[in-house]
Design a protein around this ligand. Structure first.
Ligand SMILES: O=C(CO)[C@@H](O)[C@H](O)COP(=O)(O)O
Ligand SMILES: [Fe+2]
Length: 235
């Protein structure tokens, strides 16, 4: 079973609470909240006040993706505001282990994200501490970008690493996910699929949630085979 995480980056910011309620009713499991600081990525989005304002409007699992420098300075504010999970970028943390411990000590779930070019070796030693690893399938900073297929082998490798270590860490993928790419990432081993433009840019976001889930899950019923060469040929 996969989880669907609509990214509010592509939602109507003038009607955020209503947009969230639409995807919650549609059965999406996580609400993906993209936080950008104009330094780590070339875009600025939202801060803890928006998370705090949304919290009373939804029971969804708030998955906060921090694309910011010095995430240890702001993680506590996002947790206080209602984040269920805080995901920091490995590239933004000089002291990644300290950052991961900080989030856990504050009582939230913790994730670490990797940009498309960043190798898995960077998180190998903290992996047993993590609830989730977020593999970027676009260069972070904007919604609506094209999926980078070269990340597929990394999803497979992480899935094997998690299995070999006997861990329950979830693999989340983020960027360019639609009904076509959902099938590819699910087959590679992704558990949580973030989608922004494919959901909130659709005429009917609730149907889009169902369509992405169906595409991912039907690709798994064929069997979780390692057919990466065939998949790469499709993209
Ligand atoms: O973190 C990011 C972008 O940096 C994402 O969460 C985007 O919001 C995904 O948008 P789509 O690629 O699905 O439109
Ligand atoms: Fe994101």
């Amino acid at each position: 079973m996969v989880k669907i995480a609509p990214s509010i980056l592509s939602a109507d910011f003038a009607h955020l609470a209503q947009s969230v309620q639409v995807v919650e009713k549609a059965g999406a499991e996580y609400l993906h909240i993209d936080v950008m600081d104009g330094h780590f990525v070339p875009n600025i989005t939202i801060g803890p006040l928006v998370v705090q304002a949304l919290r009373p409007h939804s029971k969804m699992f708030f998955d906060v993706h921090l694309m910011i420098e010095q995430p240890d300075r702001y993680a506590p504010d996002f947790i206080k505001a209602g984040a269920d999970l805080v995901c920091v970028h490995a590239e933004a943390c000089t002291h990644l282990h300290r950052c991961v411990c900080q989030v856990k000590e504050l009582g939230a779930r913790v994730g670490v994200s990797l940009n498309p070019h960043t190798p898995l070796s960077l998180i190998e030693y903290v992996l047993p501490m993590l609830d989730l690893v977020l593999l970027m399938t676009v260069n972070p900073g904007f919604g609506g970008q094209k999926f980078i297929p070269e990340v597929l082998p990394k999803i497979e490798a992480l899935s094997r690493m998690i299995e070999e270590k006997g861990l329950a860490t979830e693999i989340e993928v983020d960027g360019g996910i639609n009904t076509e790419t959902a099938a590819l990432v699910a087959r590679a081993g992704a558990d949580v699929l973030v989608a922004g433009s494919a959901i909130f840019g659709a005429a009917d976001p609730a149907r889009a949630v169902a369509a992405i889930r169906k595409a991912a899950e039907s690709s798994l019923t064929i069997g979780h085979q390692h057919r990466l060469k065939d998949d790469l040929a499709v993209v």
